[in-house]
Design a protein around this ligand. Structure first.
Ligand code: CP
Length: 338
């Protein structure tokens, strides 16, 4: 599927009551929905900032279907589902019968017959999560855990939660710089969409021309592109560093990693150009000494590991909200039984 086709506002994601049904992409979702995800995620922290547990998804089954590698997303989805008391099945795709020629559709139909309520899907093909949402039984919620270079909506929401918790200013009053390989990044795409929806007016995209998307300004006219990093990070509140997505780059986009670090690596000198209390973020996995210096990654302005914890809260929120319609139905049925 062409990425442009996926940017259309999608009714697929909301049910008739306007509640989240699938979470495939940020594009097309209203500000209220994103705010509800953030508020719900925040409600999963107690007064001491520890994550809570809840019986909300007791008896529900979450299946993690990762066709592409992951450390943070897969594990935090599992942690989130367990905190909500759901059953979690991590499907080992590498050992599944897809290696014997079974089609994706047949694999999904078999898994849905095992009483799944939610599929969390990561796939290297852009549009895979949309395809799955249109292929499986409508009662199963599909959550996109990253599809090709298209979207990574839960990463965007954990980034937004981290900004909200750490910067403590309205989105309309902050400047956010996203640096690195924007062209191949589903995180950049989803972050920009979330920032725009939440009202951020100063979004800067920084990178070499070869790693900036062609035609980006057509669907993001209010985003400023910079090839000079010092100009791009000046006075910003948030810096999001991204790794070079080598697995999605067909022809060489850079002369060398050391050249990239020299021009676009986030180091002490460049961070000093941002606001004094600016926060540094990175979705991971990080390449130290390529897009970010170790002293910055581990330094006092880094909130990189807080992003990971916030990821559990956001994924708890998305799992719970995607079952909201069914939970309401369940309590209605329970009330009728009384
Ligand atoms: N940020 C992110 O998606 O990391 P993983 O690939 O480890 O899940």
């Amino acid at each position: 599927m062409h990425i442009a086709a996926l940017h259309q506002p999608s009714q697929l994601q909301l049910n008739q009551q306007g509640n989240l049904k699938h979470f495939l992409t940020i594009e097309g979702l209203p500000k209220d929905t994103l705010t509800k995800i953030l508020d719900t995620a925040q409600s999963f922290f107690d007064d001491n900032n520890n994550l809570i547990t809840s019986p909300l998804l007791e008896g529900r089954t979450v299946m993690n279907l990762f066709f592409e590698n992951s450390t943070r997303t897969r594990t935090t989805f599992e942690a989130a589902a367990k905190r909500l008391s759901a059953n979690v099945l991590n499907i080992d795709i590498a050992r599944s019968s897809t290696s014997k020629g079974e089609t994706l559709r047949d694999t999904l139909w078999n898994l849905q017959s095992m009483a799944a309520d939610i599929f969390v899907v990561r796939h290297s093909a852009s549009g895979a999560a949309h395809f799955i949402a249109q292929t499986v039984c409508p009662d199963i919620a599909i959550i996109n855990a990253g599809d090709g270079r298209h979207a990574h909506p839960t990463q965007a929401m954990l980034d937004m939660l981290t900004i909200r918790r750490e910067v403590k200013k309205p989105f309309s009053d902050i400047s956010v710089a996203i640096i690195g390989d924007i062209k191949h990044s589903r995180v950049a795409r989803s972050d920009v969409a979330a920032l725009q929806t939440l009202g951020c007016k100063d979004i800067r995209i920084i990178g070499p021309k070869t790693l900036l998307p062609v035609g980006f300004e057509q669907y993001a006219p209010d985003v400023r592109l910079f090839t000079n990093m010092d100009e791009g990070v000046k006075d910003c509140d948030v810096i999001i560093a991204l790794r070079i997505q080598n697995e999605r780059i067909e022809s060489p986009a850079l002369s060398s990693q050391s050249e990239f670090y020299k021009l676009y690596g986030l180091n002490e000198q460049r961070l000093s150009l941002a606001k004094p209390n600016a926060i540094v973020m990175h979705p991971g996995p990080m390449n130290r000494g390529v897009e970010i210096a170790s002293s910055i990654a581990d330094g006092p302005q880094s909130v990189i590991l807080k992003q990971v914890t916030n990821g559990i809260a956001v994924r708890m929120a998305v799992l719970a909200l995607s079952m909201q319609g069914q939970l309401q139905q369940k309590s209605l049925l329970a009330a009728l039984a009384i």
